[in-house]
Write a protein of this length. Structure first.
Length: 607
């Protein structure tokens, strides 16, 4: 109704009314309108009375679905949070009353009162819920969870098919809600890293199920949702990245280090992109040219052949498509399943049937390995690339404060290189930045807002930061921000790496901040400089009494870096400190840390 004479409120009223009418009611309404236009006063009076009576009958005899909807999100990096806000906007446009909440802020005892529940949740690490979803996840799976026979719900699950437990948290919620008696509004949607289109379809299905919008407006709703989720707005986003000019690209490690850590400065001038400390930057990388050429050679393809790179059918050369558009380093189950169909005589079907063996392959091989090991030559290039997933952006914690560096954003990225099966392997984005990006080049980027990793609202709150290696990046942003705003809260940084002489990232900046009082205290752990390896968690335990005192004073704790080992070790160290210094039992210490997370005083940006 873009060109209609109705205002927005009238359009919404019509959209809610029209689909509820029978053919007879539509005909009656047409007559009523015609009578009004003909100025038939007597008739219109009686017709109007009849219309009121008819409306009363419809209201009395038709069950009215609840217009109240609760949207809960569980998010680690901000994707679920962002999608939830877009979903809320669309629901409200359809006249629904929406309550939006993080799972960490939601009071689970109120679940029994909810009739319509929409869950948007990511899966973190090896099938685990994101930090802010843990309490709600635990409640639902406990004996305290109520029967939910009157609840209607749906789940949008975000994940990554290169991980074994793809969308596990969303699957957990879906399964448990059904066990408790809830009824699915629409089926759960499990989204891979390129989630925009599927998320749009799910939103459209939810709107169709919940809303009384006109069926004729369905296509409009669909287009509106796709536009909202797919970044059709003029501002730059994940689906419309900004081409940022590279201002600096420096190696932070000293001569002799066996590590290479790049400090990359990018210009945001003209983008209108804004970020806060704790946010991340998404970077779309290119595959390594050597791997691209080896894959093309192994498949005996013509690098200049034109292939489609999207559903619209846009075509580029095969080499450019593999270099810039498709993922070739990660092996995912959906891709292998499709390749098995394209080459049924290969042993891929047998591989898929052996889950244990497939997991080994998935964790150690890239696409070139699969091609060589399973003899996939003969598959046409166009069919092959059509089953590949789009190359996903890599997220990096922002290492700068926009107040300190207006119109700039800084990254701290460690180059990943290793050898496997006689061939050198590369971290896709890290080596792209380390080897093939110079000042003056440009990178497609976007801002990923992360509401789950933010400085305290009160600038006087003490902060404890734990960030070994590149995990220190956001704390450079935190301290830069605190310096510019004049925050007076105490700050304590735990930093670690291999060697003091070659691997002390941003050493001069920390020293300056210590001198100026922006950074109150710093403890370091260089694991290869001592006979016995010392890590950040050991330094925390050495200062357990003082650290516990900071916690008692209301300090917020931030942890950034490796999720598999470091984050677990730091969590254990915090629990030990609470037990030793606070006299808590292990169960009480665990409850204390959970409470800190719920109060947003314990936040993690781990990967």
């Amino acid at each position: 109704m873009t060109n209609s004479p109705f205002n927005q409120e009238q359009v919404e009223l019509l959209n809610r009314l029209l689909p509820t009418l029978t053919d007879g009611q539509r005909a009656w309404l047409s007559g009523y309108i015609a009578a009004q236009q003909g100025n038939v006063a007597g008739a219109s009076g009686s017709i109007a009375t009849q219309a009121v009576q008819t409306t009363s009958l419809v209201t009395e005899n038709t069950p009215v679905a609840s217009k109240e909807v609760t949207v809960l999100f569980g998010s680690q990096t901000g994707n679920s949070s962002g999608l939830s806000k877009k979903l809320v906007k669309k629901l409200e446009e359809q006249g629904l009353q929406v309550t939006l909440s993080s799972m960490g802020d939601f009071k689970p005892n109120g679940l029994k009162k909810i009739e319509n529940l929409l869950i948007v949740v990511s899966t973190h690490g090896e099938g685990e819920p994101p930090d802010n979803a843990i309490p709600f996840h635990e409640f639902l799976n406990s004996k305290r969870a109520p029967k939910l026979d009157s609840l209607r719900y749906s789940v949008l699950a975000l994940g990554d098919t290169s991980y074994e437990f793809f969308c596990q948290t969303g699957k957990d919620f879906d399964k448990r809600l059904q066990e408790l008696g809830a009824t699915p509004l629409v089926p759960r949607a499990d989204c891979d890293v390129d989630f925009d289109e599927q998320a749009a379809e799910w939103m459209n299905d939810v709107l169709a199920s919940l809303s009384t919008a006109a069926t004729s407006a369905g296509s409009v709703t669909s287009e509106a949702v796709v536009a909202a989720v797919s970044g059709g707005e003029s501002e730059f986003s994940r689906t419309n990245p900004f081409q940022a000019e590279v201002l600096e690209n420096l190696n932070l490690n000293g001569r002799g280090s066996d590590r290479e850590t790049r400090h990359v400065e990018l210009s945001l001038e003209g983008s209108n992109l804004n970020y806060e400390p704790g946010d991340s930057l998404g970077v779309f990388p290119e595959n390594h040219p050597r791997l691209v050429d080896e894959l093309i050679a192994a498949m005996e393809w013509n690098a200049d052949e034109r292939v489609a790179v999207n559903k619209a059918g846009d075509q580029v050369s095969l080499r450019e498509a593999i270099l810039r558009h498709f993922e070739i380093t990660a092996v995912t189950k959906p891709v292998v399943e499709q390749l098995a169909k394209l080459k049924p005589e290969s042993a891929l079907s047998a591989l898929l049937a052996d889950d244990s063996e497939f997991r080994k392959v998935m964790n150690s091989c890239d696409l070139l390995d699969i091609v060589q090991d399973y003899g996939l030559q003969g598959i046409p290039a166009g069919q092959f690339v059509a089953v590949l997933r789009k190359i996903p952006a890599r997220l990096y914690s922002i290492a700068s404060s926009s107040k300190s560096f207006p119109d700039e954003v800084h990254l701290t990225v460690r180059a990943v290189r290793y050898e496997s099966r006689g061939r050198e392997r590369y971290g896709v984005c890290s080596v792209h930045l380390a080897e093939r990006i110079e000042a003056g080049d440009s990178l497609p980027i976007y801002i990923q807002h992360n509401p789950n990793f933010k400085l305290p609202e009160n600038p006087d709150t003490p902060i404890i930061m734990v960030g070994p290696g590149t995990g220190v990046a956001p704390f450079r942003s935190f301290l830069g921000e605190r310096e510019e705003t004049g925050a007076e809260g105490k700050s304590w940084l735990f930093y670690g790496d291999q060697h003091f002489s070659t691997d002390f990232l941003y050493q001069t900046e920390w020293q300056r901040w210590l001198k100026d009082g922006v950074l109150t205290k710093m403890d370091v752990a260089f694991s290869r400089d001592t006979e016995q390896k010392v890590y950040v968690q050991h330094r925390m335990l050495e200062h357990s009494k003082e650290l516990y005192q900071w916690l008692q004073e209301g300090a917020s704790v931030y942890v950034c870096g490796d999720e598999k080992r470091m984050a677990h070790d730091v969590h254990s160290a915090l629990a030990t400190i609470l037990e030793q210094e606070g006299g808590l039992t292990p169960e009480q210490a665990a409850e204390y840390l959970t409470r800190l997370q719920q109060e947003k005083r314990y936040q993690r940006d781990v990967y």
